[in-house]
Design a protein around this ligand. Structure first.
Ligand SMILES: [Zn+2]
Length: 316
């Protein structure tokens, strides 16, 4: 079932779990991610990022991601991560992506607001959702996502009051924040500013996003989610898991690439499932949950009302 960010992130925010974004730049990654979501009954966000387009052009990626999302028996968001150019975002919307991120975090605050507000209006006219970034999430050395290495990342941490102003002015549906996280593999253990996550979560209404999730400890994730993170981006971990599995299989390969494909799919599935369980999104992918999120009804209240009606009907 193809859905947008609001469908999966509002239930997550309310019930203190997070939904993972896993980038799927080829078919093996996409198949592993969908299999993990269906096996754990988890909602999922999958997609690609502008810097990953050399490995799979947007149009080609859309040819499998969108039909796979529609066919899945759990909610799937097809998301463009870190759209850097206006044209790329527009193309993703045109191709049927249900969500985009327009990253103007390196522009001035005013430019970031102006550009993202314009794109938010366009995305919403497609029924799609949009994520913005305030503060700037840098990159670890060798990151697939980019090469912006910050000498003092804390200078780029997200300011809570500014975040509220940003969300109000742009109309974004989700906000990526910089709190000590970075893209790619960490050289030194990262130190997340949990206090800041908590303050931002109390200050803004929209779900918060943590980029650069690969390499954080299980406890980092759990605490970040507890403090108010509703979406976590993962790429490095599944990217590496796929190739490690292929490498192992390579020694007893006899038919060629068709020996490696199932090994990669299985490794991506295992790694993705691990993350879904860690984020507690497993078991949250019922279609009923989405229907409830769309109507804004409270699940417990609705269950109680139905139970009362059933009791009346049965004359008890
Ligand atoms: Zn990112």
């Amino acid at each position: 079932m193809l859905v947008n960010l609001n469908d999966v992130l509002y239930p997550a925010k309310k019930n203190h779990y997070a939904v993972g974004l896993f980038n799927a730049v080829n078919l093996e990654l996409a198949r592993g991610i969908i299999a993990a979501a269906e096996c754990t009954r988890s909602p999922v966000i999958m997609g690609t990022a502008e810097v990953l387009l050399p490995y799979g052009p947007l149009e080609e990626v859309s040819y499998y991601l969108i039909p796979m999302a529609k066919k899945a028996n759990v909610p799937v968001v097809v998301h463009l991560d870190h759209g850097l150019r206006r044209e790329t975002c527009l193309k993703a919307l045109e191709l049927g992506f249900s969500s985009i991120m327009y990253d103007c975090s390196t522009d001035s605050y005013e430019e970031n607001v102006r550009k993202v507000k314009e794109m938010a209006d366009i995305a919403h006219s497609y029924g799609a959702t949009i994520e913005g970034e305030l503060g700037h999430v840098g990159d670890n050395e060798g990151s697939a996502e980019g090469s912006s290495q910050l000498s003092d990342p804390s200078k780029f941490f997200t300011d809570p009051k500014m975040a509220r102003d940003y969300v109000e002015k742009t109309g974004v549906d989700a906000l990526a924040i910089a709190v000590g996280n970075a893209h790619g593999a960490y050289k030194l253990p990262p130190k997340l500013d949990f206090e800041r996550i908590r303050t931002i979560a109390r200050t803004v209404d929209v779900p918060l996003v943590l980029h650069g999730g690969s390499g954080l400890t299980d406890n980092d994730f759990k605490q970040a989610i507890q403090e108010g993170i509703s979406k976590v981006n993962i790429f490095t971990d599944i990217n590496v898991a796929a190739v490690e599995a292929e490498f192992k299989k390579f020694s007893d390969m006899n038919k060629g690439i068709i020996d490696l494909i199932p090994a990669a799919v299985e490794a991506v599935k295992q790694e993705t499932e691990k993350k879904m369980k860690l984020f507690s999104s497993d078991g949250k992918g019922g279609v009923g949950d989405i229907a409830l999120a769309r109507t804004g009804l409270d699940k417990e209240l609705l269950t109680r009302l139905v139970a009362e009606e059933v009791k009346k009907y049965l004359g008890k």
